[in-house]
Design a protein around this ligand. Structure first.
Ligand SMILES: [Zn+2]
Ligand SMILES: [Zn+2]
Length: 167
């Protein structure tokens, strides 16, 4: 099939069944028998489950003041995806979204137990904490989720003594 026809065919599939295909052609069929790599997190009470599809575009630690302000953490263990790669797959009615009063950021959390499931940034990305993945997946991180650096390290409030690149 010529590549332009193939692109049209893929587009038509996406239109008719948006859940059928991964949006990122690079990871289609990457794992044996599955279209994409998916992982789940859930809140402490278990009411809400969130599914992440494909590899995160950022998997690092963020030392910026926005993350600190939004989440009250010294630095954020960021796993960031495009919005359509992170979906609530259980407990939609328990999900609450808080829009930060001055920043283009939100906290999305369980209205029952208060656990933040992800936050969003000004680009509309959905950011899941590595810590949440760890505690809901037997303290193991998938390979593509492992942190590869520290971002905005010059804005830090704590020094980090590890071998990861700092920028
Ligand atoms: Zn909960
Ligand atoms: Zn940040």
């Amino acid at each position: 099939m010529p590549s332009t026809n193939r692109a049209k065919w893929l587009q038509s599939l996406l239109r008719t069944n948006p859940d059928h295909f991964c949006r990122n052609p690079i990871i289609v069929g990457r794992e044996k028998g599955t279209m994409t790599d998916t992982h789940q997190v859930h809140c402490d009470c278990g009411a809400v489950e969130v599914t992440m599809t494909g590899d995160p575009k950022v998997h690092a630690f963020c030392h910026c003041e926005d993350c600190r302000d939004l989440l009250q953490v010294p630095y954020h263990s960021v796993l960031a995806w495009e919005a359509d790669q992170v979906t609530v797959t259980k407990g939609e009615s328990d999900v609450k979204t808080f829009q930060h009063p001055s920043k283009r950021m939100t906290r999305v959390f369980c209205g029952n137990c208060g656990e933040v499931l992800y936050n969003t940034n000004a680009m509309g990305w959905k950011l899941v904490s590595q810590i949440l993945v760890l505690k809901t997946n037997g303290y193991a991180l998938p390979e593509s989720y492992k942190p590869n650096g520290h971002f905005f390290y010059d804005r830090r409030i704590v020094d980090i003594d590890d071998a990861l690149p700092k920028r």
